[in-house]
Design a binder for this molecule. Structure first.
Ligand SMILES: Nc1ncnc2c1ncn2[C@@H]1O[C@H](COP(=O)(O)OP(=O)(O)OP(=O)(O)O)[C@@H](O)[C@H]1O
Ligand SMILES: [Mg+2]
Length: 259
């Protein structure tokens, strides 16, 4: 995918972010600018703080220190009303899918549209149809989540995330538990949505095959900071030993003792 590095201010600036839980430091002064229109993959080990980081972007967690500036507005300092407005610019697909099990696919995707817009029945149905086309699903409107495969559920989650036409898409582990073919299909869907919607996309994953397929840049989180931020080509040859161990699926030398 072509690099998009516009000169405008970043879509999101994360500045010196700190967060601890019960005295355990998870984020330790994390800095990162996310460019408008780019697809950024954020990778790192289990428990590295990827989901915690993502929740800060959308104001779902308050930092202990630091700032998150979305389109020039600091979400950490915003009033609840302003934070809510900022949050509407995001479409988020959570790690566990988080569909409503008792609702059909149609109602799951219609839910945010009915809640946040005054579209009539026909318009809601039209938008649900558009969203399903964007994630390349059809004929599943009347099914319940339990009747779908994992990969299909993920795509329904994406369809719901884009229902309100967000400017920024956040995906948390969109391919966990999927086979390589479904992983490739999800990568295609993310790339397709990006080319159709001109959004900024941040995808959290520990699946490097996904990261290489979808990213303009790859950021690696380790020990609460970003230790590498590169294009996929440069990421592959990054000199950091942890990055190389992660790419090769090896235990890094400095972690063997801890294991
Ligand atoms: N609400 C919370 N209260 C206490 N600790 C938390 C909370 N949320 C996250 N943590 C801790 O923060 C650390 C990072 O968690 P996080 O969920 O961000 O990891 P992750 O990088 O997303 O991992 P995975 O790849 O397994 O999803 C973990 O040690 C976790 O236990
Ligand atoms: Mg996580």
């Amino acid at each position: 995918m072509a690099m998009q590095r516009p000169s405008a201010e970043p879509a999101i600036s994360v500045i010196d972010l700190h967060k601890s839980f019960d005295g355990k430091e998870v984020l330790r002064g994390l800095d990162l600018d996310i460019d408008r229109g780019e697809s950024l993959a954020v990778v790192g080990g289990s428990g590295a703080g990827k989901t915690v980081f993502l929740k800060h972007l959308i104001g779902l967690l308050p930092p202990d220190e630091g700032n998150v500036v979305v389109d020039g507005v600091d979400i950490t300092l915003a009033s609840p009303g302003v934070a809510l407005e900022l949050r509407k610019r995001f479409g988020m697909s959570f790690q566990e899918g988080a569909l409503f099990d008792s609702m059909t696919v149609f109602d799951n995707i219609a839910f945010p549209i009915r809640r946040h817009t005054d579209r009539n029945r026909e318009e809601v149905a039209e938008r649900v149809g558009e969203c399903l086309r964007l994630v390349r699903l059809n004929g599943v409107e009347t099914k319940f989540p339990a009747e779908l495969s994992g990969g299909m559920r993920r795509r329904v989650g994406f369809a719901r995330a884009i229902a309100l036409e967000p400017e920024i898409l956040l995906f948390d582990e969109p391919t966990t538990g999927l086979d390589p073919i479904n992983t490739a299909a999800i990568a295609n869907v993310i790339n397709h949505m990006r080319s159709e919607l001109e959004v900024t996309a941040v995808t959290i994953t520990h699946d490097m095959s996904l990261a290489f397929r979808i990213a303009d840049r790859i950021a690696m989180i380790r020990r609460g900071t970003i230790i590498a931020l590169e294009t996929p080509e440069r990421f592959r040859v990054h000199p950091d030993p942890y990055v190389q161990a992660f790419l090769k699926g090896e235990v890094p030398a400095d972690e063997e003792e801890a294991l």
